[in-house]
Design a binder for this molecule. Structure first.
Ligand code: SF4
Ligand code: SF4
Length: 320
């Protein structure tokens, strides 16, 4: 069954597929996660504190679940924004991955259902499930000090997804491998968000520019005044960009995750969004209607226009 799933044409664009028994998460992880929350390390990621029981127990997400199929997809980009522009995280260059990957996984599930029957639940950041834990349990990558899962040959610019199923499939060997431990990610992080106890999301530019809605608190504003934060529009890739595991990795094979090309013939881009050239000034000049039309289907919609404007203004602080 594993070979069948790994060779499904519907999953040909995945960069790694692994299998884990759908058991309650182990105590070490559970305790670590409880401590992380108790220390407030989730920052503006309030949702991380919700649904604790669901997060710990896949049976609560799919009754009778026997297996977690962990599937990774690369979103690495062949062309990056010019360095003179404020940063937009690579994952947000193309269409919203929730929709793109759900379509792919739905087709795979239909095929599995036809062959083997069973119940399934697709998770793409859409259910409270610790995706990094399951990726490591299913042996699809190694743990990086930057908090990312790193897949051999594909690096860490990846989306982690899961299919929970009632099919019983022999689990793969969990990962015990770690990264090269060079420390570059920790030195590169401009805010000190990578701590020995894991990511401190209250200091992380990704969380502060994407998940934090409304005005920043005083302590967050001090972080957002740092030079690197002044050049961050949406998300942050710095601790991944410097990682040697991400040197010479291929670009995603999934076209929908690439930015729209700006060609005169493309009706799609005429009114649409070109994430390769989008500037802070562009954002400040958007009306709500523009935002709703141009940013439809883009991950950049997530914080909402007000928060995006807040980020854009921040990048222009020293210039105006
Ligand atoms: S995403 Fe940016 S701010 Fe967050 S830990 Fe990585 S380098 Fe630091
Ligand atoms: S930059 Fe170095 S320490 Fe950080 S995840 Fe990559 S290999 Fe590990």
């Amino acid at each position: 069954m594993k070979d069948f799933i790994r060779s499904l044409p519907q999953l040909a664009d995945a960069c790694a597929i692994g299998f884990a028994a759908a058991e309650r998460v182990d105590k070490t992880f559970d305790d670590f996660f409880s401590r992380w929350l108790a220390d407030g390390k989730n920052g503006s990621l309030d949702y991380m504190a919700n649904h604790r029981e669901l997060r710990s127990n896949p049976q609560k997400l799919l009754p009778g679940a026997k297996t977690v199929i962990a599937i990774a997809f690369s979103y690495n980009q062949p062309v990056l924004r010019d360095k003179s522009l404020p940063m937009i995280a690579r994952y947000a260059y193309g269409k919203d991955y929730h929709n793109v990957l759900r379509k792919i996984l739905k087709k795979a599930v239909t095929e599995l259902q036809q062959h083997f029957g069973g119940d399934y639940r697709i998770c793409i950041d859409s259910a409270p499930i610790p995706e990094r834990y399951w990726a490591l349990r299913a042996g699809i990558g190694r743990r990086g000090r930057n908090g990312c899962v790193i897949v051999d040959g594909a690096g860490s610019f990846i989306f982690l997804t899961e299919i929970l199923t009632t099919l019983e499939i022999e689990p793969d060997e969990p990962t015990t491998r770690t990264c090269l431990d060079c420390g570059r990610c920790i030195r590169e992080c401009p805010t000190g968000a990578l701590t020995p106890d894991g990511l401190d999301a209250s200091r992380c530019l990704s969380a502060l520019t994407i998940e934090r809605k409304g005005p920043w608190t005083d302590s967050e504003r001090r972080i957002m005044a740092l030079p690197a934060a002044r050049s961050t529009l949406f998300g942050c890739d710095r601790c991944q960009t410097v990682c040697p595991h991400n040197a010479a990795i291929p670009a995603t094979p999934i076209d929908a995750l690439l930015p729209k090309r700006q060609t005169a013939s493309s009706a799609d881009t005429k009114n649409g969004l070109d994430t390769l050239t989008l500037t802070s000034d562009d954002i400040l000049h958007l009306s709500q209607d523009d935002f709703d039309n141009k940013f439809a289907g883009s991950p950049l919609r997530r914080p909402g226009l007000d928060a995006l404007r807040r980020n854009a203004l921040n990048t222009l602080q020293d210039k105006h």
